[in-house]
Design a protein around this ligand. Sequence first.
Ligand code: SF4
Length: 315
Amino acid sequence: MQENNRKKILLVSPRGFCAGVSRAIQIVELVLAKFENENVYVLHEVVHNKHVVEELNRHGAIFVDCLDEIPDGAITVFSAHGVSKEVEQKAVRKNLRVYDATCPIVDKVHRKVRRISDQDEEIIMIGHAKHQEVEGTVGQYTSRVGAMHVINDIDEIKKINIMHPDRLHFVTQTTLSVDEAKNCIGALKQAFPLISGPATNDICYATQNRQQAVKEVAKIADVVLVVGSKNSSNSNRLSEVARQTGCVSYLIDDYTDLTPEMTAGKNIIAITSGASAPEYLIEEIVKCLNKNADYDVENIGVSNEKQNFKLPSGL
Ligand code: SF4
């Protein structure tokens, strides 16, 4: 085989944990260490990755889907996706001792929504209505006079009933497809010329950087494997971005999801991972692929991410 025909695995940078995910995992670990003789409850998956959740569960974290499952007064961690005002208030009524792992970037959107809500103005949120982040963000809106609407895509713009187009704002989920959000915001501005919002969107740095890197590698790869769980929004978007660039792409949780069809006849396999996927999963996938073929492993792209978030007080 000639040198330039050698099979390659391209490890894409940046990939994997973002600052918000690292912080959320660290919060659960520190809370477990601090209260080693008490039950520690985590409301929802702290980040959307089954391996992270299983690992923390092995260390003692008890994951629950609603506050009713948590005894009054217990230690509770809110997930990186954030919670609604209603959940915050219920936690106070139950005297829960809360450690909030909401990503500070999500929290910034929460503050914006609360400010607009206090002015009784309307908001359109671009996002996936059933995603926990969107539920938490919409749950920050408490005005009884205004309204907050969620749209998933451009087609839904015509379905919303706006009362005051001159007092209208938009926000976005932090893990959307950058290109789709851009199109949707463009359509919103056409439909409601007086709408106000962020200069571009509220999509976080990690989502943007990972999508940009995937877009580039998808131009040269034969297949893009995205490591992440099925319920991880940013991981799903990475796989979509690769496909939209014209490359075959699969979202896999780990090496056990690999099938021969995914890589058959593919000389260049790019591997990236969503913001909540641990790096060891990538190492296992590379090992597994190299069992059946002889790939050169190369790094592609650079990561200049220096974002770092402070931990909550008391930890
Ligand atoms: S993906 Fe973005 S918004 Fe979500 S936790 Fe990471 S930095 Fe925060």
